[in-house]
Every structure is written in structure tokens, then in C-alpha cells.
Design a protein around this ligand. Structure first.
Ligand code: AMP
Length: 477
């Protein structure tokens, strides 16, 4: 999972992009980067491992100034975790000018397209990263087919299978484009006032993964990028939709369940609102249970806070913060072995002292993947005196990997793909366990049919085995 940001024709665009990236830091903490184009037409790019505030510090921002800028935060799903795989990528074209690109999502036919460009046209790749492939594919159409930049993006968009929310700088223009299914979030805003006639001037346009980023730079949301849309930003001219090549909409439901920030509006939904409704639905399943004054609803902070709140409000039970989270612990989920993941959970969470004694606990989390987090936490709560533990999960059972940009382990590691419901409940040390059912999202979402539930129902739009990716790309699943 990753995040993208771009700003068009504003002085200090590099600093504003760094601010945008800071507010979508939750989408990737591994590495980040920035490409800025100055008035003389030079594109400078800087990338590094680590957090936005450390990598894109004041000294760097002084050095890499521009009025057109794009940036990226990375959370690796495919490709090694190092600087070469960080984004943006600058693609050098023989006669110049170079193009710069950043993208969020995974390309299923990555290997097929890369091998074709390498073997048949002598392209060389500097990374294993999807963003670079998209850039080189566009460069292929520019150089070898002599198409315009607009036509090149349209052709590349047709060839690419998978998820991509992308931003590109070419000459003095910027392009935003998205895969035909709209898997990953993508919003458009502006630093200017929105005119009544709705004609948005390119200058001051902000492209970013999530709307929660607009506040930090004082931008207003215009709308979401349409699935399959390509937009062009040009100095002094209106923002133009070049084309919309849409397919079956497949927004990622996991963005609403877990990934996006609660203060984001995406896929026509308010994230916090969806999460509260998920909680209320889970409470509905428990209507017959006799939870009383000795029961407390707690979240595994922070991702399930709103689900737990929604549950407690609907069930008329008290919601409390029984678990404290240490914010200085990095991701435990991506640690390479189980021992490190177990230790990570212990470092990350701690129960309040004398809080759980004799209590029945409704313990709410957004998802179970391997089962590491909840097994550790439920043990912690028992040791802290909890009398009963009832685990409620704000997603259906994760039974398949994601090939469109969410980091899910292989099927062998997914607890729900390998154990029965009762076995999982026992493994977690819970008295009862319930997940929200897929169909009940129909009561929550405005457009249920526009969502991808493949990690819960295995209904994949594209399967990686159709494109050799699995065998040939070592870091992908
Ligand atoms: P696990 O401990 O393996 O069962 O993973 C579930 C926990 O990890 C939940 O608390 C989620 O909030 C979190 N989680 C779920 N999916 C992801 C992901 N793709 N990346 C990072 N964390 C995740």
C-alpha cells in the first residue's frame, strides 16, 4: 500500500507535497520521495528510506524547489524494500524532457509487460517497481509509436492490468490517471476557490490519495478521480478530462475497513461513518446476548476505534479505552517472522492497570489476518483479570491474498483459510468470535456492487497466475 500526492503550478509546490505526504503517512512508512520541476524545466528527484518528516526535511526541500511537484509514501507489497524501489521515478528520455511518475497499486501483468519492453525494445529497468513500469510503458508509446503524451497514457492504461492511481509530470504539464476499476483511492482538490461554473483552473490543483490531506495545505475537495479517468493540468488553462476508460468499478473495501484514515471521504463514503455502521451491524448480531453492566466494549487502537464506538452506541454498552498503544512502535504486521511479530504486539499494546478485573470484554478489531494481534491481546486481558472475552471483527474472514495493493500474506499464513471458526476462536483464546458478513455491507455502503471483496470471497477480477507474476517475481506472493 502506498500514497501519492501532486500539486500543479504553485510556488513552493515541493513543500506542499511534503505536507500532503505527511498527512497520508499512514499509507506507507517504509520510504518516501519527491520529484519537483522548476521553471527552467529541470526535474529533480529525492528519495530516502524512512518517514516524511525525516527524509523530506527543510534542507532537502530548500534544495529541491519547483512549482510542479509529485511525491510518494511507500509501504512495499511487491519488490524489495530499498531506495531503488522508492518513488517517484524519473524516466530519462533520449531527447528529453524526462518524465516523472508515482503510482499507488499493484500491476498484475507486471512481469509480462516488463519482459516485453526489455526483450523486444531494449528497455532497462532500475527497480522492480510498478510505478517505473507504468512510466516506461508510457515512454514506449512516446518513443516507439510516436504518440502524443495523452495517447500514450491512454494506450498504457489499456495494457496495464491491476490497480494504479498515478500522477505524471511531462514537460510543463501534469497528468493524473487511474485504473478502469478505481481500486485505490484518488481525489482532486484545489488551493483556489471553486468557481460557480465548475470550470477548475489547473493552477493550484492538488491530486492526492486521500481527502484527509486537503486540510493541511488549505485545499478544498473538488471530487474523486473517476475510475479510468485521465486528467490534464496545463498552466493558465482549465483542468481537462482527456478520457474516461472505465470498466467494472472495484473499489477496495479494505480501504474503508482498515487502510484509509477515518477523516477521509472516499468511494462516495465517509470512512468513520462506514466504520461506525460496521460496529452497529456487529452489535445487531448480539441482540440476543445478555451483556450487562459488567461488560465493556474496547477497541484495538487505533484502527478499530470507530467500529467499537459504533458497537457500543448501538448495544447501549460502555465504550472505554482499556488498551493503550505505544505510538513509537513501527509496523508489527510486516515483521519477517512470527517471533518478531509476537514481540511487536507486546511492545505495542498494554492494558490499563486494575481495569479488566471481573469484566466481560467485547474486544473489537478491524480484521484478523494471521491471528497474531488478537491472540496476544486476549492473553493480556485474561492475565489482567478479564472474565470473558468476546471478539468482534469489522471485516469478513480474510481467506485470500490481495493482488491489487494491500499487503496480505500468502494463503498458507491466513488463519481463516486454514482453520475452522471454532479452531480460530480457540486459538485466539476467546469465548465467542463473530465477523461481519459480506452481504451486510449491502446495508452499509451506498453502492455495494462497486466494491472488490476478493480477499473475502476470492472473486478476483484478474488472477496473477494468468500473467506469470507469481513464478517470476520473487517478492510478490
Ligand atoms: P494479524 O495480527 O495477523 O491477525 O493482523 C491483523 C491486525 O493487523 C489487525 O489489528 C489490523 O489492524 C492489522 N492489519 C490488517 N491488515 C493489515 C495490512 N495489510 N497491513 C498492516 N496491518 C494490517
Amino acid at each position: 500500500m502506498c500514497g501519492i500526492a501532486g500539486i500543479f503550478n504553485v510556488s513552493g509546490a515541493e513543500t506542499l507535497v511534503a505536507e500532503l505526504l505527511f498527512s497520508i503517512q499512514h499509507r506507507g512508512q517504509e520510504s518516501c520521495g519527491l520529484a519537483a520541476r522548476n521553471d527552467r524545466g529541470n526535474i529533480f528527484c529525492y528519495k530516502g528510506m524512512g518517514l516524511v518528516k525525516n527524509v523530506l526535511n527543510e534542507e532537502i526541500l530548500q534544495k529541491y524547489q519547483g512549482n510542479i511537484a509529485i511525491g510518494h509514501v511507500r509501504y512495499p507489497t511487491a519488490g524489495k524494500s530499498d531506495e531503488t524501489n522508492s518513488q517517484p521515478h524519473v524516466i530519462e528520455l533520449p531527447e528529453g524532457p524526462h518524465l516523472a511518475i508515482c503510482s499507488n497499486g499493484d500491476i498484475i501483468n507486471y512481469y509480462e509487460l516488463r519482459t516485453w519492453l526489455e526483450n523486444d525494445y531494449g528497455f532497462t529497468f532500475k527497480s522492480d517497481n510498478d510505478g517505473e513500469l507504468i512510466g516506461r510503458l508510457i515512454a514506449f508509446y512516446l518513443l516507439h509509436k510516436k504518440l502524443t503524451i495523452e495517447e500514450s497514457i491512454i494506450e498504457a492504461q489499456k495494457q496495464l492490468k491491476g490497480a494504479f492511481s498515478s500522477i505524471l509530470i511531462y514537460r510543463d504539464k501534469m497528468f493524473g490517471f487511474r485504473d478502469p476499476h478505481g481500486y485505490r483511492p484518488y481525489v482532486i482538490g484545489t488551493l483556489e476557490d471553486i468557481p460557480e461554473n465548475g470550470e477548475i483552473l489547473s493552477d493550484g490543483v492538488v491530486l492526492v490519495s486521500e481527502s484527509c490531506a486537503f486540510g493541511i495545505v488549505g485545499a478544498k475537495m473538488i471530487r474523486e478521480m473517476l475510475p479510468g479517468e485521465i486528467i490534464r493540468l496545463e498552466k493558465g488553462k482549465p483542468m481537462v478530462t482527456v478520457a474516461v476508460n472505465s470498466g467494472k468499478t472495484q473499489h477496495c473495501i479494505f480501504e474503508l475497513i482498515y487502510f484509509s484514515r477515518p477523516d477521509t471521504k472516499v468511494f462516495g463514503e465517509k470512512v468513520y461513518d462506514v466504520r461506525k455502521k460496521i460496529g452497529a451491524q456487529l452489535a445487531d448480531y448480539d441482540k440476543e446476548l445478555a451483556f450487562g453492566d459488567d461488560t465493556v466494549v474496547i477497541a484495538v487502537p487505533d484502527s478499530s476505534n470507530f467500529v467499537a464506538l459504533g458497537y457500543a452506541q448501538k448495544a447501549k454498552l460502555s465504550f472505554d479505552m482499556g488498551l493503550l498503544r505505544n505510538h513509537y512502535v513501527g509496523r508489527t504486521f510486516t515483521k519477517p517472522d512470527q517471533k518478531q511479530r509476537d514481540e511487536g504486539v507486546r511492545h505495542k499494546f498494554n492494558p490499563l492497570p486494575d481495569f479488566f478485573n471481573g469484566k466481560k470484554v467485547v474486544l473489537v478489531d478491524d480484521s484478523i489476518v494471521r491471528g497474531t494481534t488478537l491472540r496476544k491481546i486476549s492473553r493480556m486481558l485474561r492475565n489482567a483479570g478479564a472474565k470473558e472475552i468476546h471478539i468482534r471483527i469489522g471485516s469478513p474472514k480474510v481467506i485470500g491474498s490481495c493482488y491489487y495493493g494491500i499487503d496480505t500474506p500468502t494463503k498458507q499464513e491466513l488463519i481463516a483459510a486454514n482453520k475452522s471458526h471454532d479452531e480460530i476462536c480457540e486459538y485466539l483464546g476467546a469465548d465467542t468470535l463473530k465477523h461481519i458478513e459480506i452481504d451486510d455491507f449491502g446495508k452499509i455502503l451506498h453502492n455495494f456492487d462497486d466494491f472488490c471483496f476478493a480477499c473475502f470471497n476470492l472473486k478476483y477480477q484478474y488472477k496473477p497466475e494468468d500473467y506469470h507474476q507469481k513464478v517470476n517475481r520473487p517478492d510478490a506472493e
